[in-house]
Design a protein around this ligand. Sequence first.
Ligand code: PLP
Length: 470
Amino acid sequence: TAGGPGDGAASLAAAHESPMSLERPISNLFYQTRLRRPTLARGEGVYLWDSEGKRYLDGSSGAMVSNIGHSNPAVLDAMRRQMELSTFGYRLHFENEPAERLATRIAGRMPEGLDRVFFVSGGSEAVESALKLARQYAVARGQAERWKVISRFPSYHGSTLGALAVTGMSLMSAPFAPMLREMPKIPAPTCYLDRDGLSLEERGLRYALMLREEILRQGPETCLAFIMEPVGGASTGALVAPDGYYAAIRAICDEFGLLLICDEVMSGAGRTGRYLASEHWNLRPDIVALSKGFGAGYAPLGAMVADRTIAETVIDHGGFVHGHTYAGNPLACAAGLAVLEEIDRLGLIEAAERQGAVLKARLEGLMAHFPFIGDVRGKGLLLAFELVADRETMAPLPPALNAHLRLVDIAYDAGLIIYSRRTRGGRVGDHFMVCPPLIVTDAQIDEIMAQLTSALESFAIEAKLPAGGA
Ligand code: PLP
């Protein structure tokens, strides 16, 4: 059968042609398993090539991961050097230098007092760790009745059962409902959809007050923490709240003694033009979750960074009863350290702010030509646009159009990768993340815009939507 060693490109091409074929082993048991994609051959900078030599511009950095671009030579060298020394030493047996150095560097990027770092291998693990540390802190302080973690709907915090319990995305959580201890949710601040005569700031505060109402409804003594993405990820399409929202959330958490967990898995590591997106609002979280751009695709790597008092209290009460075997391994940490060094050497946080402003203005410019673009939003190079049936009412496109899949496929066939979602059950419709690596040049932004414009033209024709407005 196909798929054995040495079968090569011919069988893979055959599998791609027949989308339902299950004749080769499947390594990607995702819900879109039957979506066959070409085989990745190599990557360099903002580009990827498949095994047939076709080139793609990685306009979403994968899933907003490859922040420093593909095959960065300095990172590869650092990884090679570390591989020659050691790739694993179990954390109960050894400390390792890359992990210690990376922890020190990361602590230096955090708000004052957030300097206890716990390495993991991905975003879901970082969120799980944050939830469990928060809980152990409450127990250690004699507040065992605090266990509810309030989050937002829509939101995405990961696929493992704990992270899923705070994720506001019914597609992901519904099958597991009996196994989950579903946590309370408040609406994400989708102020751009509201037609209520209020100013944006007033709307932002209204959404923040929903946290207060929810805490009172649940009973403040039972509430442990609030978790949010400071700039939304794919669930909301780079949702940014009005400025006042952030300080109001912090004040409400403080009023009732809830910890504030910022899930910066996607928004962190420089993507929004600050190392942490929460810095835009001087928001001080108690615990931060990092991944994606932290390992930037070079190694499975994430981190939970906690306030010193929280971590030390837990350690004083017997220690953090949580851990993953691969956590903090020297190879992943050496990659993370080199990624951080490249971010600094290449000035990529400033680049995210500068190139993000350019790209955002260009995306906004598309609205004049395509009346079905309802909104462009985001910060730095965490950007998205949303398609609608009517810009006035922001009514979504009919689901039957499958815009979130069709536009992505049209662009993909033409060699541009973007990332999309339609959030069912929420109010956010078809939205598209345009989040190239932070090394993207002006010429590459031109290339993204040319390909995206032509994909939107084709989609408009196919979906019989008007295009070509003033
Ligand atoms: N949190 C956020 C904000 C994310 O965007 C993601 C992934 O998309 C996760 C957590 C989960 O990360 P991972 O897929 O690495 O487990």
